[in-house]
Design a protein around this ligand. Structure first.
Ligand code: COA
Length: 181
């Protein structure tokens, strides 16, 4: 399957190969403290080169199976990861939906990068996988994530108590969706 490449004004968004593991390791090492309150507890593999070689191999296998598309946003020189956008749990049939998760590097927050990326990535993924819906959820106090989703046209659909284990604690989440049509 052809590896997707989505170009935006300031980034190249693509599925990285195991040979590019250093880029992902650098992103998570640099941003571990910033991302910790918003993400599941990460194991050692997220901070080691061998760990990312392994994870990127799994990402590529999952992509080949059509289950997920884990995208990294590189700067235009392709030598730094600015953000990640993960489309997972791609389901077809009468559902035609997936889940979206994202994180940006601390130094790039507040500059419109994630909006720029998702504005292009969401239509691309919906078209490629013939999806009807993209789900994206956030903790109630994650105001930046809420604002981003609203700007992208997501609708708030509900509230799930004790929904995801974030930073070691089961956290409530606001449920949102972008629906085609
Ligand atoms: C959630 C997250 C991706 C939002 O990032 P973000 O940079 O706030 O999102 P956007 O790309 O939409 O940028 C919006 C900001 O850029 C500013 N901006 C600057 N130039 C801009 C431009 N050209 N276009 C749009 N916005 C621009 C906006 O004013 C806004 O900043 P403000 O809120 O300080 O006013 C980020 O906070 C993050 O990764 N957090 C940690 C992990 C996390 O929470 N992940 C999501 C879990 S649900």
């Amino acid at each position: 399957m052809t590896i997707p490449l989505i170009k935006t004004d300031r980034c190249n968004l693509t599925l990285l190969q195991p040979s590019q593991a250093l880029l992902m390791q650098a992103f998570y090492v640099e941003n571990w403290r910033f991302l910790k309150p918003w993400e599941p507890t990460r194991g050692d593999e997220y901070y080691s080169l061998a760990g990312w070689q392994h994870i990127l191999k799994l990402y590529n296998q999952s992509f080949e199976l059509g289950n997920t598309l884990n995208l990294a946003a590189l700067n235009l020189a392709n030598n730094e990861v600015i953000a990640v956008c993960n489309f997972s749990g791609i389901v077809h049939g009468s559902v035609q939906a997936c889940n979206l998760g994202y994180s940006i590097g601390e130094k790039y927050q507040g500059q419109g990068f994630m909006h720029e990326l998702l504005e292009k990535a969401i239509p691309f993924v919906m078209k490629r996988y013939e999806l009807h819906r993209v789900n994206a959820n956030h903790m109630p106090h994650n105001e930046r994530s809420a604002a981003l989703l609203k700007r992208l046209g997501f609708e708030r659909e509900g509230f799930a108590r004790s929904y995801l284990k974030i930073d070691g604690k089961w956290e409530d989440h606001v449920l949102n969706a972008f629906i085609d049509g």
